[in-house]
Design a protein around this ligand. Structure first.
Ligand code: 5AD
Ligand code: SF4
Length: 445
């Protein structure tokens, strides 16, 4: 009885205090800065970025060891996970089966190629993008989900995002926080950002945080370095998402401990890019993404879907470019019209158009993490679930305080505007468990 009570308490602890976004594993070996971590007998390769030694228990995120954890704490958490881990896998396995659905020979042939891990040609990709039939779409999503499960098992990363300033020097036609939009602006102080991150790590259990802002030049390099250095010490993977800034700043932030960059190229069509992003430069943006990759950052990049005049071929080219940039994480979503912007009357694309692209990305780049972004969530109340069942394996939870969240109005009608962080975490974990996903990131097989 007592044992049962202790277990219930431990489960409650894991659910409510430390949300277990990562399972600790035992570092069994380190060779040339590559570690091998053991998770219940499954071995994963990780990049060492912590003082940990062989024999220590560690947390990894994005395939990077981010912190060491005391053995007794690790064992307590592992005790919770040891059954849950395998229970969840069973559910995921079940959901990742492909039904015997009616489909055209052409589609079956293409999907057969996918299952054999053969690369699809441009025509085949276009064919998939044009699917409309309900059964065929279902088959497409199930095939992508099956592939996701085979390659990544049931791991799903859940990152927290802090939007620390809505000031931006740019005037992108689609964006609600563009310079010319007359909105109330805010800018968090370094201390405010650090204290939010500390809360997210210490009290909410996050292991990866995205620090995002408009292109706000008022933060000095030194200030941003200080923020990153202090947050890195909390034992967390830091993504920076601050737009096109100087390469030197990206290097300084890497040296300070940031390990991932979220920077979309927005569209691979240079003409469209020029039209909707005045005074910014496509080549420069691509060059910056490549530079960040070269100096060691994990790269999260992608595009926005539904820019006026965008063609199906543009969408395929967007996926191809994301892959060519060696994205570790695909981040893309629909354009959601934002009030008082030049594109406020642009027609919104539908959820299936996005789900199809999620599946295509999975086919094109089986190893990648694919995000269901919050813009996708505005398209359908079930979008997170549908995205995760169409090949995606990554989510973000917004941690921006309520008073600022409303002002970070990149687009109108944010889906998470009124939900508290705690409720959002609770609902996300519930959804993930219902799908058999472990809110974890356990490195590369
Ligand atoms: N709808 C959807 N996404 C948008 N972004 C900017 N404006 C919008 C909008 N109206 C995306 C851009 C940018 C990211 C931070 O937000 O792709 O890279
Ligand atoms: Fe600024 Fe980014 Fe919005 Fe463009 S999309 S206006 S760069 S925040």
């Amino acid at each position: 009885m007592l044992k049962k009570l202790a277990k219930v308490l431990l489960i409650m602890l894991c659910f409510q205090i430390h949300m277990c976004y990562a399972i600790p594993g035992k570092l069994v070996e380190i060779k040339d800065n590559i570690g091998t971590v053991d998770y219940f007998g499954e071995k994963r390769k990780v990049l060492m970025d912590s003082e940990a030694q062989a024999g220590d228990y560690v947390y990894a995120q994005g395939g990077v060891v981010i912190s060491k954890i005391a053995e007794q704490d690790a064992l307590k958490i592992l005790d919770f996970w040891k059954e849950k881990f395998f229970e969840l896998k069973k559910v995921d396995n079940q959901l990742a089966k492909i039904e015997d659905l009616e489909a055209s020979d052409n589609l079956l042939e293409i999907l057969q190629k996918v299952n054999l891990r053969k690369e699809l040609n441009n025509n085949e990709l276009l064919n998939l993008l044009r699917l409309k039939d309900k059964n065929e779409l279902k088959l497409l999503y199930e095939t992508a989900n099956n592939l996701r499960q085979k390659e990544h098992d049931n791991a799903c990363c859940v990152h927290g995002i802090i939007e620390f300033s809505n000031n931006c020097r740019r005037n992108c036609f689609y964006c609600g926080i563009r310079k010319d939009n007359n909105i109330k602006r805010y800018r968090m102080s370094a201390e405010e950002i650090i204290s939010l991150a500390k809360h997210a790590v210490d009290n909410l259990g996050f292991k990866a945080l995205v620090l995002q802002s408009g292109e706000d030049l008022s933060y000095t390099d030194e200030e941003l370095v200080k923020v990153v250095k202090t947050i890195r010490k909390l034992g967390v993977l830091i993504f920076i998402s601050i737009g096109t800034r100087k390469k030197e700043l990206y290097k300084k932030l890497y040296d300070a401990g940031a390990r991932a960059v979220l920077l979309r190229f927005e569209t691979s069509n240079k003409e469209l890019f020029k039209k909707v992003r005045p005074e910014t430069n496509f080549e420069e943006r691509i060059e910056l993404i490549k530079y960040a990759k070269k100096i060691g950052y994990l790269i999260a990049t992608g595009f926005i879907m539904g820019i006026p005049e965008e063609t199906e071929q543009d969408i395929i080219n967007n996926i191809i470019l994301t892959k060519a940039l060696k994205a570790d994480m695909y981040s893309f979503g629909p354009l959601i019209p934002a009030k008082n912007t030049p594109l406020e009357n642009q027609k919104q694309i539908d959820i299936n158009s996005v789900l199809k692209v999620i599946s295509l990305c999975r086919f094109m780049d089986v190893r990648s993490k694919i995000l269901v972004t919050s813009a996708v969530e505005t398209l359908h109340e079930d979008a997170k679930k549908q995205g995760l069942l169409a090949g995606a394996n990554s989510l973000m939870i917004n941690l921006t305080p309520h008073c600022y969240k409303e002002l970070y109005s990149i687009y109108s009608g944010r889906p998470d505007k009124d939900i508290t962080v705690k409720k959002n975490i609770k609902e996300t974990i519930k959804l993930l468990y219902s799908l058999g996903r472990a809110p974890t990131d356990i490195g590369h097989t």
